[in-house]
Design a protein around this ligand. Sequence first.
Ligand SMILES: [Zn+2]
Length: 166
Amino acid sequence: MPKRIRLCKKKAEEILKGAGITNPPVDVKGIAESLFLEVVESDTGEFGGRALLGDGQIHVNSSDSPAGQRFSIGHEIGHLVLHADNFVFSAHEDPESELYAEDPDKELELEANYFSSVLLVPPKWLRKDVDAGMLPPELAERYLVSKDVIFIALEQNRLLHQIGRR
Ligand SMILES: [Zn+2]
């Protein structure tokens, strides 16, 4: 978990509110476009997702699943919203590699991932859906994210135990 959780949540809530989005699935591509970011599908090789903010472009890997691409777009929006002052582009190394582990900007990566998670799966909506009895596979479909993203969101919002009791 990143350190600036509240800031990430606040920024994501502001964006959803500004875009008038009140239900899943969140139109993350539309949000990117409203921020003057162009989403470009490309075969970026070793990069999972890559933003060239100077060019106003978000590159997503065309071989990723739609859910994976959506998460990458949310991640890059996070960099723009949270880190625009810090740098002009982000490149994503393989998370398994040592280079990544030594990345001094890892905190920024954690923040961008957390931001993407709360943008695509807003905690308040998730809580309501879990209360209504929805299970992880249905939630993944409803929010158009991977099951991993749903499980992480459930854990971060302390909702896993509620699902486990069923
Ligand atoms: Zn990043």
